[in-house]
Structures are given as C-alpha cells and as structure tokens.
Design a protein around this ligand. Structure first.
Ligand SMILES: [Zn+2]
Length: 390
C-alpha cells in the first residue's frame, strides 16, 4: 500500500469521526472533542476548520470553562445540504425531502397504477423534480437520493427480484444516477426501514443499547431489516431478511415467489384476499374505519393477522434472539386490533430465555420509516462514513 494513500484515508476517517461526534453529541468544544476521540488538539483544530469551511459545522456561544477562557462550542449544521428519501411500494411512491439530520422539509405521494419499470421511473422522476423545486438554498444542495423498494437488491442497486412489482433485474440505481446526475442508493425497503427506526426513530441512548434489532415491515408483503451488533445484516449475497417467504404452512396457498404457505400470505395485506373471506375493503387504510366501527369481519381478520404475525415473530425471535423487534409498515396502523392476539402467540410460543428481555414495539415513524431510512442511507455516504474493507 502506498503511504500517501494511507495518510489520506486516515485523515478521512478522523474527519468522519470528528463530524459524527459533533453530529450526535453537540454542543462540544474542541478540547472535549480531543479528549473524547483521542485525537490530538492540533488535529482536531485542523479538521474542525475544514468542516467549518465546508459549512457542516458552526461555532456558537460560550461553553462551561474549567478555569480560564470560555471555549466556543461546535454544532452540526444539519441544513448544510438536503437529501431525498423515497419509498416505492405496490400502490404508491412517497418521497420526503429531509435535512442531514432527517428533519422533513416536504413530502409527496404519487399513486402507482401500474408497475412496469419505465412508468415507475417516470413517476420517480416527477417526484424528484417536484421535491427539488421546494428545496431551500444550502451550501451543498441535494447531496443524494435514497430509495427503498419491496424486493431483493444487489450491491450495485439493481433490483433482482420484486415479486409484488413483477420486476426482475432492473438496474434502478444506475439508471437514476445517469438521469439525475446525483448519487443514488437503492436498498430493500425493510433494510432501510430498520435504519430509519434506528437512526431517526429513537434517541442516542436507546441506540447505544439496541445492538441487535429486527424491523418487520408488514404491508402488501412482509420483509425484515436485520441489524446485528449495530450493523445491517445483509447475508452472503445481500438477500437476507426475506422473512415474508418463510414457510409457515407446508400445504398452504401458493405464493408469487413460487413457493406455498409463505408467512406473508397470512400476516400481510395479502390475507385480505383469502378465498373464504368477504371483507368490505382490501387495503389497511380502507379497513381501519370499519375496524373503528366494530365491523365483525374486519375485527376478525385483524385478530387472525395478529396471530400469524405472532407465529412468524416467534420463529424470528427463537432464531436470532434480537434485543428489540419493531413492527412497521401499513399494518402497524391496525395495532389496536392485532396487537393483543400477536402478543398472546409470542408469549405462548417463544422460548422463555429469548422472550425474557425482548422489547417488542410498533414503529414510532409509522408509514415514514422506509422513506426516512432511505434518506438516512443517502445521507451517510455524504457525511463521510468511510467503510474500510480488508
Ligand atoms: Zn412466497
């Protein structure tokens, strides 16, 4: 390895460490940064000066002094740039313009009547253009676009297989980067949803405690975003988390994936179209008013979905032993009617040691976890989170 390359990498790493520290723990003085990061004061001063020039950090007021001159405190300028976070789902695409700390500046939803890739691309382009028009002026402008899609995505951002969209091998990231001229990140919707919950759905203290988390996205299908030891778990080729297609009924109904008896046939919105049912509507949003009015069929279907969610969650908890499990996606809105039956099944069936300290929660971000997680995924590379691979 060449020495100059090493020095440049070390500097980049140090700079990202300093920025991350300020981002998560500001206000901080240069002296505090130095003692917290272990970097010497001259290095910290140089890196901070660069971050100030780049508009990412600014100085403010005076901090507490331990005698002598009071230090200037450093803050993160979350409005130094903006990102777009987009969720492509079966029925719609929704996008948010956020600052570099995930605060939403504008939101937009466009319906998706059809799913052929050219049409979806056209809708994404429209959404991006409209959100760009309302982006406030900032030193860096729009620094990236993140997308969460309901399917398997490889490392190059190609959607390999999205059965609910009918997509195979769609090079979404490459096409969008070419057309829009901005860095684009494409990942599975549950993977980015997990990041949304972790980085924008809980405070820093909680984040420190939760090293092992599973985010279940339950909507038109089911996907899981798995975080192990603080890092997204992708599997050997990036396809981990397709929990919606684990078999829970050996002889069950056939699924779009080619298998049968898949979990999502019973515990997602796909359950609404089961042959024996006659529901007043076939989307969660449309069923919620019926549940509120006490419609017996609607209440019974939510109760059953709760039970089936409990079955799949039990399998996940027994296999992975997560510290926290978060349920998100459109079905999380039906929490009042499915939570009890879901918890009963988990209490009855999950192994006692696995259950003991497990926290089960519903998403705090609601239908925004994927969008915000996609925004986070687009922000992270810009903020210089350097990945070192050996
Ligand atoms: Zn399946």
């Amino acid at each position: 390895m060449n020495v100059t390359g090493d020095q440049a990498l070390v500097k980049k790493l140090n700079k990202s460490i300093v920025l991350e520290r300020i981002r998560l723990h500001a206000p901080l003085s240069r002296a505090q940064l130095s003692s917290q990061t272990g970097l010497n004061k001259a290095t910290v001063s140089n890196l901070v000066a660069e971050l100030i020039t780049e508009g990412l950090v600014y100085e403010t007021g005076l901090g507490e002094s331990s005698g002598g001159r009071k230090p200037l405190m450093l803050l993160f300028n979350s409005r130094a740039g903006f990102v777009l976070g987009i969720e492509v789902s079966v029925q719609y695409i929704q996008g948010a313009l956020t600052d570099l700390a995930g605060a939403i500046e504008a939101e937009l939803v466009l319906p998706l009547g059809q799913h052929d890739p050219a049409f979806v691309m056209e809708q994404i382009r429209k959404l991006v253009q409209q959100l760009m028009q309302v982006t406030p002026p900032s030193p860096h402008g729009i620094v990236g676009i993140g997308l969460g899609v309901p399917g398997m995505v490889d490392e190059s951002g190609t959607v390999l297989f999205a059965p609910n969209l009918g997509w195979e091998e769609v090079p979404l990231q490459q096409q969008l980067e070419t057309e829009l001229g901005l860095p684009v990140v494409v990942d599975n919707e549950a993977n980015v949803g997990a990041q949304g919950e972790l980085y924008y759905g809980m405070d820093g203290e909680h984040r420190q405690l939760v090293r092992d988390l599973v985010y279940i996205s339950a909507g038109s299908g089911i996907g899981a975003g798995i975080i192990i030891d603080g890092k997204p778990y992708q599997g050997a080729w990036g396809y981990a988390g397709e929990t919606g297609h684990m078999t829970i009924d050996w002889n069950g109904r056939s699924c779009t994936c080619g298998s049968r008896g898949c979990w999502e046939l019973y515990a997602s919105e796909k359950a609404y179209t089961a042959p024996a049912l006659s529901l007043p509507a076939h989307s969660t949003a449309k069923l919620l008013p019926f549940a509120r009015q006490g419609d017996a069929d609607t209440l019974s279907v939510f109760r059953d979905i709760g039970r089936y969610l409990g079955v799949g969650i039990t399998n996940i908890v027994n296999s992975l032993n997560p510290g926290m499990l978060i349920i998100g996606g459109p079905l999380a809105e039906a929490r009042p009617w499915l939570e009890q039956s879901m918890r009963e099944v988990i209490d009855e069936r999950a192994l006692p040691y696995h259950r003991r300290q497990l926290q089960i929660r519903f998403s705090t971000l609601g239908s925004r976890s994927t969008m915000l997680g996609a925004a986070y995924a687009a922000t992270a590379p810009f903020l210089g989170r350097v990945r070192v691979s050996l």
